[in-house]
Design a protein around this ligand. Structure first.
Ligand code: HEC
Ligand code: HEC
Ligand code: HEC
Ligand code: HEC
Length: 242
C-alpha cells in the first residue's frame, strides 16, 4: 500500500518525460511537410502522393530498357522542356569544367518539374492545365532556376568518380565515408544517383542534399529537407574537406 503513490508518481514522471521528448523532436515524414501539397494547394480529396506519383498510367522513362539517365518512379508529371545554363567556374576540378554537365538528369529533373517554375504544381495525372507556379529565384523563394539558369546553383548532375575525388584533394571519398543519412552505408550508396542500375557511375543530384519526402533521415525542424543541418557547416562538410 505504501508503495502505490510512489509508483504513481514514477509513472507520472515517465509520462511527462515522454511528452517532453516528443515535443522536442520534429515529426519527420511528408505529412504536414512543404511537399504535403494537397494541404498547401487545397486538393478537394486532400491527397499527397498524387502530385508526383500515380499507381497507374504513369510516365515511363525514355531509356526504360537500359536504365539510363531518365528516372520515372511511377511519375505523374510532365518533364520540363527548358534548356538550362549549368554552373561552372575557374576553380572547378571536374574535367568537364566549361559545361559541368549538359543537362539535369535523374531525380533532379523530377524536382525541376516544379522548381524551375515552368510547370504548374497542380499539373498532374494527365491534366496539365494547373495554375499554381513556383516563382522567384531569390533568397527565401522556392523557384531556384530563374526559369532557365542553374548557373547560380550548386553544381548538380555531374559524375563524381575517383578521378574527381583524387584530382580535387579536398573532397570526401564517397565510397568510404559512412553516410550520416543512413549510418552503415556510404555516401555513394545512399545519396548519390547511380545513373543506370549496376553501372557504378554515380552523380550528385538535388536528392544528394535534400530528402523530398522529409523522411526519417532528413534534418529535424524543417531545415530545407536537408540530410544534415546547416548549423556549423555540417551539410557542406559531409562532402567537402574544408
Ligand atoms: C513533391 C513530389 C513528391 C511527392 C508529393 C511524393 N514523392 Fe515520392 N518521390 C519523389 C521524387 C522526386 C522521387 C525520386 C527522388 C528521390 O527518391 O529522392 C521519389 C521517389 C519515391 C519512391 C522511390 C524511391 C524511394 O525513395 O523509395 C517511392 C517509393 C516514393 N517516392 C513514394 C512516395 C509516396 C508513397 C508518397 C506519398 C505519401 C510520395 N512518394 C510523395 C517526389 C515526391
Ligand atoms: C550541395 C547540396 C545541395 C544541392 C545539390 C541542392 N541543394 Fe537545395 N539547398 C541546399 C541548402 C544548403 C539549402 C538551404 C540554404 C539556401 O536556402 O540556399 C537549399 C535550399 C533549397 C531550397 C529553398 C530555397 C530558399 O531560398 O529558401 C529549394 C527550393 C531547393 N534547395 C531546391 C533544390 C533543387 C530543386 C535542387 C536541384 C536542382 C537542389 N536544391 C540542389 C543544398 C543543396
Ligand atoms: C509537385 C511539385 C514539386 C516537386 C516535384 C518538388 N517540389 Fe519541392 N517544393 C514544392 C512546393 C510547392 C514547395 C513549397 C513552396 C512554398 O511553400 O512556397 C516546395 C519546397 C521545397 C523546399 C523548401 C523547403 C523548406 O523548408 O522551405 C525544398 C528544399 C524543396 N522543395 C526541394 C525539392 C527537391 C530536392 C525536389 C526533388 C527531389 C522537389 N523539391 C520536388 C513543390 C515541389
Ligand atoms: C553531396 C556532396 C556535397 C555537398 C553536400 C556539398 N557539396 Fe559542394 N560540391 C560537391 C562536389 C563533388 C563538387 C564539385 C567539385 C569540383 O568539381 O570542383 C562541389 C562543388 C562546390 C563548389 C564549386 C567549387 C568551384 O570550384 O567552383 C562550391 C563553392 C561548393 N561546392 C560549396 C558547397 C557548400 C557551401 C555546401 C553546403 C551548402 C556544399 N558545397 C555541399 C559536393 C558537395
Amino acid at each position: 500500500m505504501k508503495k502505490r503513490p510512489l509508483r504513481w508518481l514514477f509513472a507520472l514522471a515517465c509520462f511527462a518525460g515522454l511528452t517532453a521528448m516528443m515535443a522536442g523532436s520534429a515529426v519527420a515524414g511528408i505529412v504536414g511537410s512543404v511537399h504535403d501539397l494537397g494541404q498547401a494547394w487545397g486538393d478537394p480529396q486532400d491527397r499527397i502522393c498524387v502530385f508526383c506519383h500515380t499507381p497507374h498510367h504513369a510516365q515511363v522513362p525514355s531509356e526504360e530498357n537500359n536504365w539510363g539517365d531518365d528516372y520515372k518512379p511511377l511519375w505523374n508529371r510532365p518533364d520540363s522542356t527548358i534548356t538550362y545554363t549549368m554552373y561552372t567556374s575557374q576553380t572547378i576540378t571536374h574535367s568537364d569544367r566549361d559545361n559541368i554537365h549538359r543537362a539535369p538528369t535523374g531525380p533532379s529533373k523530377l524536382c525541376l518539374s516544379c522548381h524551375d517554375g515552368s510547370i504548374a504544381i497542380d499539373s498532374f495525372s494527365g491534366n496539365y492545365m494547373g495554375t499554381h507556379y513556383l516563382v522567384g529565384d531569390d533568397f527565401g523563394e522556392n523557384q531556384i532556376t530563374g526559369v532557365d539558369s542553374l548557373h547560380n546553383d550548386h553544381p548538380i548532375s555531374f559524375v563524381w568518380d575517383d578521378t574527381l575525388t583524387n584530382n580535387d584533394g579536398e573532397l570526401v571519398d564517397p565510397e568510404t565515408t559512412l553516410s550520416p543519412a543512413h549510418t552503415g552505408k556510404t555516401l555513394q550508396q545512399d545519396l548519390l544517383w547511380e545513373t543506370g542500375k549496376g553501372t557504378g557511375v554515380y552523380k550528385l543530384e538535388c536528392s544528394s542534399c535534400h530528402d523530398v519526402h522529409n523522411g526519417p533521415a532528413a534534418v529535424a525542424a524543417g531545415d530545407n529537407l536537408l540530410y544534415l543541418p546547416q548549423e556549423r557547416g555540417q551539410i557542406c562538410l559531409m562532402c567537402h574537406k574544408k
